[in-house]
Design a protein. Sequence first.
Length: 665
Amino acid sequence: SMPGMMDTVLNIDDKDALLTAARQIFNSWDNPEAVEYRSLNNIPPDLGTAAVVQAMVFGNLDQNSGTGVVFTRNPSTGEPGLFGEYLMQAQGEDLVSGEKTPTPIATLKEQMPGVYAELEEVARNFEKHFRDMQDIEFTVEAGKLYILQTRSGKRSGPAAVKLAVDMVGEGLLSREEAILRVTPEDMKALLHKRLKSPEKAKALTRGLNASPGAATGIVIFDPAEAAQLAKKGNAVILVRPETSPDDIQGIAAAEGVVTSRGGMTSHAALVARGMGKPCVCGAEEMEVDLAAEKFKAGGQVVSKGDEITIDGTSGKVYLGVLPVIEAELIPELGVLLGWADGFKRLGVKANVDTAEGIVNIKRFGAEGVGLCRTERQFNAPEPLSVIREFILADTPEDKTKAIDKLRELQRRDFVALFKALDGLPIIIRLLDLPLHEFLPPESMADSPKMKERIADLKEVNPMLGHRGVRLGTTSPEIYQMQVEAIESAKAEVDADVSIMIPQVIMAAELLPIKRMIKDKTIKFGTMMETVRACLEAEKLAEVVDFISFGTNDLTQAVFSFSREDAEKKFLAAYLEKGILEHNPFEVVDEKGVGSLMATTIFRARTGWPQLEVGVCGEHGGEPQSVKFFHGIGADYVSCSPFRVPAAKLVAAQAVLEERGRKRAG
């Protein structure tokens, strides 16, 4: 069942009522809540549903009756042992609606140990049969156990990874099945943020730790408003007495959810856990006033728009914004990624610009740096002031003086990077930004000369203007300085270094820069982010050791869209009207951009079959795109450090799914 789908109670002898109820169940497939749930979970709308008819049992019959929901393992952590809740003298709807807060499943063990033991046996058998953690609904009627339904249980990211690894150890799954069982969303949820110093803050209130992770945001009580505010970039915490299927859009948009009623198996808990969002349920001390849009807890009143922090791992809610840090990775993640490394063909690198960032890429298992943007190093106050000196210089002597200073600053940065890498390979992109990006806005110009240079460098369309290799061609001293800084740093700290040139349109641009490189152990490559470069792939392949697709700029070039303007003004309408299936800046456009990439790879490798091919745009960490890049023969992808585990998983899944198709075909 899913949010929006209905169930009903009727007299089995009334055939007309039975048929009417069945029709209502089929019709509920198209309820707005069910449609929204399918959209969020990629369930096809033509899959259809079924109507199940079963005998009624009564959990409210007597003292030895009740109802419960139990997971065969802890859905938040993956730890073994029954995890769930029991409500005495109640029907199932009393439990799942969140109207009443149940007691832990241990209550059943105390009251009816024989029934509890039988439930444990059922749980073991179900896991062996389905080879997955189960979510079981049951009723006890007058001391007799009835199993109403079982299904694979929704779980948090950490639980999904632990379950997969543990079940391989228990002989329930193969390693291949374990890799296919974990989703990229599980990996994302695994990297949950946590509170930096929770012991230093006093909790406003406490509920059940229904879904792990920490989040901060403004309090919003209306799910539709939460969705609207989130679209505008606001971090929102949805606060409700309990949630219902109607609230699913608000939950999806929120950073986290808090309810004052309901247990670990209530709607809010299940949905938030499935989405990888923090959730605190059953915070019964909270008095939620939806009409006034405020809640009272811990002697304080919190109104709509106030900021709170929630910790779904401990179940605590705090007033204000608490510092949040990234999660510590569970040991099972390393095991699973080790298996993935054994199956995948695609390399997975990370986009990193600083020595500090190298710590994360090692932590997440990246196989090197696929994109180091050198312009980021100019953002610090000292190099920024020096590059402004270069831009404002009137004489060759002043320019040389500024370039000498920049070379030393760059050398220092590269030494730090190479030390941190400790042998991991790195691809360094030479300066891509146009020079005007390093100057202040015209209104903040602090001298007539600055104002004059800002006017000189101003461009009508900077994205297509004097940047990248075009700047390196007209001001070769900049690229020469960067190459010398890299070589000098490499002489001090040995490293596996490649140099990559952005915005190239033809081989003739590359040759003068290639001649600048004296250290022949440094590999030389080009970004493929203009259409013309893709059309001249054979010629470029003669000059370089590798090519790397910059899919962000390439998508803009193929679509003739400015990303910022498209996303701000018309892309949403294109998606709503079905003109585009996905935002092409998030999921690679396979028919256009992807087709051009596939043709480019084929042509580039015609004369140079060993040419290395990478992808270093944002699409390099998006699951659907990663599978596509595997299919067209890329050698590696490079993405943000936090997307590395998911990219590794998907790269392995791509190989296993390929094998499955071959066996089936």
